[in-house]
Ligand binder design. Structure first.
Ligand SMILES: O=c1ccn([C@H]2C[C@H](O)[C@@H](CO)O2)c(=O)[nH]1
Length: 132
């Protein structure tokens, strides 16, 4: 039996930095990029897209889950988020919920404190199971 190949987090971080370079963040000046591995091997990315009506701004994770769905769906398995310097950033609370929908408790999240399952970032999460 061969072990599953280890995930190359640096490749995922590079994809997040690339997406971050295309962020539209003229109001906060805080660019964010995200990337995730999908269970079929795809990599999906996103960047934040702000709006003159500040509250309508879209977090990078919104773009990522939209891209996930628009390119064929699937489950997120590994996720990383970077700031405008390309350094590791925690996803905001709302975005943890977005990630939970498509990755669940086992999604591995690259954080400044190491790789953590989403269950530790969003304990006792409300999710699809509650509506069944
Ligand atoms: O997880 C996060 C946290 C923040 N932002 C964006 C939203 C806003 O454009 C900027 C400052 O909050 O960072 C994201 O895209 N994702």
């Amino acid at each position: 039996m061969t072990a599953a190949p280890a995930v190359d987090w640096e490749v995922l971080r590079a994809a997040a930095r690339d997406a971050m370079s295309r962020a539209y963040a003229p109001y906060s000046g805080f660019a964010v990029g995200v990337a995730a591995l999908v269970d079929d091997g795809r990599v999906v990315t996103g960047c934040n897209v702000e709006n003159a009506s500040y509250g309508l701004s879209l977090c990078a994770e919104c773009g990522l889950v939209s891209s996930l769905q628009a390119t064929g769906g699937g489950r997120l398995t590994h996720f990383t988020c970077v700031d405008g310097k390309g350094e590791s950033l925690v996803p905001c609370g709302r975005c943890r919920q977005l990630l939970f929908e498509f990755g669940g408790a086992e999604l591995l999240v690259d954080t400044p404190k190491g790789i953590l399952p989403l269950a530790e970032m969003l304990p006792q999460a409300f999710g699809p199971d509650h509506l069944r």
